[in-house]
Design a protein around this ligand. Sequence first.
Ligand SMILES: [Fe+2]
Ligand SMILES: [Fe+2]
Length: 262
Amino acid sequence: MKLVVFSDPHMTAGRPICGRSPAEWLGKAIDHAARHHADAAACVILGDLADSGAREEYVILKEGLARLPLDCRLMLGNHDDRAMFREIFPSAPVDANGFVQSAFDLGDVRCILLDTLSPGEGAGSLGGGRLEWLAATLASSDRPCLIFLHHPPIETGLRNFDRIGLKERSAFEALIAGHRHRVAGLFFGHCHMSIAGTVAGLPAFGIRSLTCQSLPNFRDGRFLAAPDLPPAYSVIRVQGGALTVHTIEFGYCGPVEESGDA
Ligand SMILES: [Fe+2]
Ligand SMILES: [Fe+2]
């Protein structure tokens, strides 16, 4: 089973981010995924769909995604506006409290998508019944599962990101620990960089942005943007309960040299 994962497209109504057009780079990612990974079971987008949460940004996103030949599952990040998103994407599944959370099965694997948007702040939350929804969802199936959320469920060691991390990280980890035999891995966005760690001993992967990349800053609390580092997306393979995560460097334009046996 193969999944395409996009993260942090930060759509705008034309304004460039780090000198790039988010719509143009979404289009390039879609073209690449359609050409190389049309056999994927679905595409998950890890939030920060829109840069400011404006209507036009979601409309541009929706128009762009119409060209993607994959079942597309959208999640929210701190830059999103839940009400506006739901207005433009009325068929997006929500939980009983209106959070954009859902679970769906792809073959033997259950994908669980969480909504960590906490309006008015950069940090993420699973309050308001969201953690309880996850507990019930995890308890409802014995299938191996993948968990997706925008905010990192790990301490990154980077002050800039840890101060806008997941507020209920300890409770989240305790919940995951109780279901660790069925969780194959966790995936998050928000950091705009490749980063990995563990949650209750399970692998967790941070995925690059479709628009602007960050560098890890171990020195102080500032964010470091790397405008020339190309966008990337990820492809996840789950085979017999084993997980593989690839970084797809679709923005790389340099030479590629082939060697070895065909
Ligand atoms: Fe972001
Ligand atoms: Fe974010």
